[in-house]
Design a protein around this ligand. Structure first.
Ligand SMILES: C[S@@+](CC[C@H](N)C(=O)[O-])C[C@H]1O[C@@H](n2cnc3c(N)ncnc32)[C@H](O)[C@@H]1O
Length: 294
């Protein structure tokens, strides 16, 4: 593991999120496999792929498996949170299943770009849900684009991930709880960004950010995470993770009645516990914006 001094620019304790992120990786492996297959289909042989802000490595594993299927390559995992990176390394190495895929890790704060001494020009850079955690998102995109080799592809999974797990009416509290929690979470995120040192506004979409970074053939595609009701134990656990995450982020911004409803839904001893319901589901969408260097 190559380690640079690294920290994130948000207030999130990413290490504490490891168990929930890992549960999400397991649940969404099939979706990740589809996205990885699409992203890698036109890569050259023995490609160099970088997973930036890899977290616990759900996509790192899918990318490693694709490189393995294609006969091998190099996969570099980058994150500011060392414990997540260790997990991602384990997942990616396992997914490569003995194929000639070299997997390495770099602990780094990507706000300053990728360290060029350890990250070579890449054929594909995948950065999911990390650039929006940087104070200057456009500078972050430009720095990633600068690390591409000729014809290399930068793929950003960004934009609001639409995510739902609860019915509109729950039988306790006021209908529409989840929408209010998500709105409160968004408010928290806006305040977090506004308070970041050195924050720079990016008043346009991710396709424009890629184009301004000098990339061509910029386009996007979207995909689904679709786990219908009735939920399996794994989906219920992920729904509880999601509810805990969005309610923690927005807790001070919703009323006491909604806080009480969340408390009851997440208390295994309460008859209203979410884990006892047969109408819980998980549905989310993601969008990849991608472009190519000349
Ligand atoms: C929302 S998670 C996304 C994880 C994974 N890419 C995914 O889509 O599931 C954000 C990740 O970015 C990392 N991160 C946040 N700020 C970072 C920074 N400035 N430099 C490098 N990594 C950062 C966090 O440690 C965390 O693993």
């Amino acid at each position: 593991m190559t380690a640079m001094p690294a920290h994130t620019h948000d207030e999130v304790d990413w290490a504490a999120r490891l168990p929930a992120m890992l549960r999400g990786d397991a649940l969404d492996a099939e979706t990740f496999a589809g996205v990885a297959s699409r992203l890698t289909s036109e890569l050259p042989d023995t490609a160099t792929v970088v997973d930036v802000g890899c977290g616990t490595g759900g996509m790192s594993a899918a990318l490693a498996a694709e490189l393995g299927r294609r006969g091998g390559g190099t996969l570099i995992l980058v994150d500011a949170t060392e414990v997540l990176l260790e997990q991602a390394l384990e997942s990616a190495t396992k997914a490569a299943a003995g194929a000639p895929v070299r997997v390495s890790t770099v602990v780094a704060d990507i706000a300053g770009g990728l360290p060029s001494d350890v990250v070579p020009p890449a054929d594909l850079i995948w950065a999911s849900a990390v650039v929006h955690h940087l104070p200057d998102q456009q500078a972050g995109v430009a720095a990633l684009a600068a690390t591409l080799g000729d014809g290399g592809v930068l793929a950003l999974a960004e934009g609001p991930r639409q995510s739902q797990c609860l019915p509109w009416e729950l039988g306790i509290g006021e209908p529409g709880l989840e929408r209010r929690l998500l709105a409160a979470r968004d408010e928290w995120f806006c305040e977090l960004r506004a308070g970041m040192a050195g924050v720079v506004a990016m008043p346009y979409g991710w396709n424009v950010a890629l184009r301004r970074a000098g990339l061509v053939d910029v386009t996007s595609f979207s995909y689904l995470f679709d786990h219908p009701a009735p939920a399996s134990a794994a989906v219920l656990a992920a729904a509880l993770d999601q509810l805990a995450w969005i309610s923690r982020a927005g807790a001070e911004r919703v009323g006491e009645a909604d806080q009480e409803t969340v408390h009851r839904l997440t208390d295994p001893a309460d008859p209203a516990f979410l884990g006892n319901r047969e109408d819980v589901f998980l549905f989310a969408t993601g969008t990849v914006y991608w472009g190519r260097s000349r």
